[in-house]
Design a protein around this ligand. Structure first.
Ligand SMILES: [Zn+2]
Length: 185
């Protein structure tokens, strides 16, 4: 039967990790939350080793995401996609910064080609990244897919500032733990 509705969920332990009342003011605090989400996700055996969060201009969490590809049987359910979709639903805005405010996506690892594309249209002003794509491909079995040669420049020309290597070693250690576990999801 044709499905007329798509339903995606995040795991219930998310509420234990995210502090709704806190202002995450530094790049390290923001990427640190994304990395903590990635770590918890593999501890719970609920998806791949990736986490992400959207913050508003005050540094408060608007949404978070973790990789849900296997539990949701959905190839697009990457951490960044989940965070974007959740933020857009919460704010009832298909382009987050259409309201004139600033939004940031923090992610535990460099967006793959799918999440990179989504970042172009999501309406964020800043992209904060922990591990690099080469870290993901070195430490896990994941293929990050093709990106434009000047992928940072393409985002910056669209008004999205990119900062990389934030808590990179911490992000790498979660990827390494996952890679050494022998699990594949
Ligand atoms: Zn992705």
């Amino acid at each position: 039967m044709l499905r007329l509705q798509i339903h995606l969920t995040l795991p219930p332990w998310i509420g234990d990790v995210v502090d709704d009342g806190k202002r995450y003011l530094t790049d390290e605090e923001r990427v640190g939350l994304a990395i903590e989400l990635s770590r918890r996700n593999i501890e719970h055996n609920q998806g791949g080793p990736f986490g992400a969060a959207v913050f508003n201009g005050d540094g408060r969490v608007v949404s978070v995401g973790v990789n849900r590809v296997i539990p949701q049987t959905c190839s697009i359910a990457h951490a960044e996609m989940m965070a974007y979709m959740s933020a857009q639903q919460r704010l009832a805005a298909f382009r987050l910064n259409g309201d004139g405010n600033r939004y940031t996506l923090a992610t535990s690892a460099q967006p793959c080609c799918q999440c990179y594309g989504a970042t172009v249209w999501a309406g964020v002003d800043e992209l904060l990244i922990g591990a690099r794509a080469e870290d993901v491909e070195e430490l896990t079995e994941f293929d990050e897919g093709p990106l434009p040669a000047d992928w940072v420049g393409e985002l910056e020309r669209r008004g999205i500032a990119v900062r990389r290597d934030i808590l990179r070693e911490q992000a790498r250690s979660v990827l390494a733990t996952y890679g050494q576990s022998g699990r594949h999801y």
